[in-house]
Ligand binder design. Structure first.
Ligand code: HEC
Ligand code: HEC
Length: 364
């Protein structure tokens, strides 16, 4: 208010001569153009889909490889194949994954009672990085490496499930509780436990809805026509329904952490037939194997094998944590699942070898 009064006074004073009036007119135009320009650009970026306003366009990496913001991708489709997709997806998303959806309620895949509190806490604690719709496009995201997760792909790195399965609730609960060491994902131990479960449920719901919309879009591009929403909704809900998730558990209890186990682990680590860990992580586990520089993750960013001597493990450093990481792999990254390829006892030996690289206590 104060500034606009002052400007108006300035304008009155400027009316003194035609020349200065024209000059100030020009200045005003310039100011207006500068003010409006960013909105014009972002309106263009957002396209016609309404759910996507939180997302920044990523400019600082190889653009071809990075996911386009959803709204832009939908708008591009409409430019090429005609209008209608944005509305089709938005309507179907409401029908199948909206919080009023009887279909979603009957599916039993979401605990609805947890959603309001989950949403509220997500807005307080998470959107700065993960963005309002969970696409990993919060305002802080562009400054972070690794990037905050885009939940809309349905792809999570740290899970106890097999390659085809979405995460269990407890996997997400663990991530939210402990954070991911060595990344900017904070721990939320101080948020009370019930609220953390509410957050888990909200993240799951955002993820299902986002995955549904994404698969609809991918399907449209593939077939160049409006996709069958019901069929896709059923596929997505099946991926997420707890009854369909297959978990990986250690096949045998932890074997003793001793020098013999560590030495066996070291041998497996460097054995092509036992998972070839060294090819990525290097013989000494320092993250400098022969192929270390060759990879990018499924989100399109370069990724390096971890330096295992640093003792920083995102999914935890306890035996069971490392077992889970090796057996289930890290989805969306070149670190695959070794369940089946290695015997449970061999995995425990690898766990012990890895722990020995950063543990200070002497071995028995
Ligand atoms: C300061 C930024 C930041 C904040 C705030 C933040 N996160 Fe994250 N989050 C990240 C980053 C970065 C990653 C990805 C780490 C990686 O790829 O290893 C991540 C990953 C995740 C993952 C995926 C883990 C996996 O297995 O792939 C979940 C789930 C998650 N965050 C939930 C949350 C929730 C819920 C909140 C709020 C309570 C939150 N995050 C707040 C930065 C943040
Ligand atoms: C094709 C390359 C590749 C191979 C082979 C590989 N890894 Fe990895 N590994 C990675 C990458 C990349 C990461 C980092 C993932 C990330 O940053 O999220 C990683 C991370 C890890 C981590 C860290 C997990 C955490 O919680 O932070 C452990 C432990 C690990 N690998 C163990 C192994 C073991 C044991 C083997 C062999 C059985 C192995 N890796 C084989 C690429 C590989």
């Amino acid at each position: 208010m104060a500034t606009s009064l002052r400007s108006r006074a300035g304008l009155r004073a400027a009316r003194g001569s035609r020349g200065s009036a024209a000059f100030s007119g020009l200045l005003w135009l310039l100011a207006l153009a500068l003010f409006v320009a960013p909105f014009l650009r972002s309106a263009d970026n957002i396209g016609s889909y309404e759910g996507d306003f939180g997302r920044d366009v990523v400019k600082d990496n190889d653009e071809d490889k990075i996911d386009l913001p959803f709204g832009v991708d939908v708008a591009n489709y409409e430019k090429e194949f005609g209008a209608g997709l944005a509305k089709h997806i938005a309507d179907a998303s409401e029908q199948y994954f909206g919080l009023e959806s009887p279909w979603l309620r009957d599916s039993g895949a979401v605990e609805f009672l947890r959603i309001p509190s989950g949403q509220q806490n997500f807005q307080i604690h998470c959107i700065g990085c993960h963005g309002e719709i969970g696409d990993g496009g919060g305002p802080a995201a562009r400054y972070l490496n690794p990037r905050p997760r885009n939940f809309r792909k349905g792809l999570y790195k740290f899970t106890s499930t097999d390659a085809a399965s979405r995460p269990q609730r407890r996997d997400l609960f663990q991530t939210i509780t402990r954070g991911l060491a060595g990344s900017s994902m904070p721990e939320f131990r101080l948020v009370n436990e019930e609220k953390r479960w509410d957050l888990v449920e909200y993240v799951r719901w955002l993820s299902m809805k986002g995955e549904f919309e994404q698969v609809m879009l991918d399907d449209a591009y593939e077939n160049e026509e409006l996709p069958d929403a019901k069929e896709i909704a059923e596929i997505v809900i099946k991926r997420w329904h707890p009854a369909h998730l297959r978990s990986i558990f250690p096949g045998v209890n932890e074997t003793p952490y001793d020098a013999a186990s560590v030495e066996r682990g070291r041998a497996y680590f460097n054995d092509v037939a036992k998972g070839s860990c060294y090819s990525c992580h290097g013989a000494g586990g320092k993250g400098d194997g022969p192929t270390a520089g060759d990879y990018e993750d499924d989100w399109g960013y370069p990724i390096r094998p971890r330096d295992l001597t640093a003792g920083t493990f995102r999914a935890g450093s306890e035996g069971v944590d490392l077992y889970r990481t090796i057996a289930a792999g890290i989805k969306g990254t070149p670190m695959g699942s070794f369940e089946g390829a290695l015997k449970p006892e061999e995995i425990w030996d690898l766990v012990h070898f890895i722990q020995s690289l950063s543990r200070k206590e002497p071995l028995k």
